[in-house]
Design a protein around this ligand. Structure first.
Ligand code: DX5
Ligand code: ZN
Length: 213
């Protein structure tokens, strides 16, 4: 299985100090920085676009992990690629041709991920997994940080791991020191973590508590 990576989600961090957050994450041991992009249509909330990623990039050494929760991912790909994204993940439930989206992301030299909402079966993404670099299994309903982990997603992670033994499998939502063990055993290796990291008194210790020992 690929190496375990922590992707720190800025959604529930101090958004008034993203420069400070980027530096803090660099020092924390988390290798990836996760951007939750919401358009008010695919989900009700609206967050930030490529200009925010562009502004943060000079202050971060992390791998920039973009999670598009938008209805029309194709409109965002070039913007995020130009802004410096290293991975762009879009939802299979959005309005798009997933194969064309993956190809466009790759044509811009960026890694491509495909995401599944909790209610979406693995079969919806299965035809595209071979082309994608990563599969994101949502472990909460997309839209907000700070929600409780959905234990029913563990079987789905196992199902994806069986189909993709060598790929990155990311989980997003409700990850903490306990649930990180469960998702790791099920086969996930990229853990998106927001609330647990940014509410902990020592982010380095929090990252260490999420990694297998
Ligand atoms: C939810 C977002 C998550 C969220 C995870 O739509 O995709 O990235 O920030 O945050 P926590 O760790 O707070 O569940
Ligand atoms: Zn996310």
């Amino acid at each position: 299985m690929p190496e375990t990576i922590i992707s720190a989600s800025i959604l529930n961090s101090d958004l008034a100090d993203l420069k400070g957050i980027a530096v803090l994450v660099d020092e924390s041991g988390a290798k990836w920085l996760h951007f939750d992009v919401m358009d008010g249509e695919f989900v009700e909330n609206i967050t930030f676009g490529s200009s925010v990623l562009h502004a943060v990039k000079p202050f971060s050494h992390a791998f920039l992990d973009v999670h598009l929760m938008v209805m029309h991912p194709q409109r965002q790909i070039k913007l995020f690629a130009d802004a410096g994204a290293d991975m762009i993940t879009f939802h299979v439930e959005s309005s798009c041709d997933p194969k064309a989206v993956i190809d466009e992301i790759h044509s811009l030299g960026v890694r491509a991920g495909i995401a599944l909402k909790p209610g979406t079966p693995v079969s919806a993404a299965a035809p595209y997994i071979a082309d994608a670099d990563m599969v994101l299994v949502m472990t909460v309903e997309p839209g907000y940080g700070g929600q409780g982990f959905m234990h029913g997603m563990l079987d789905k992670i196992r199902e994806v791991r069986a189909l993709a033994p060598d790929k990155d499998i990311e989980v997003d939502g409700g990850i903490n020191a306990e649930t990180s063990k469960l998702v790791g055993e099920a086969g996930a290796n990229v853990l998106v973590v927001g609330t647990y990291l940014f509410r902990s008194p020592d982010i380095r210790e929090a990252v260490a508590s999420l990694l297998p020992r």
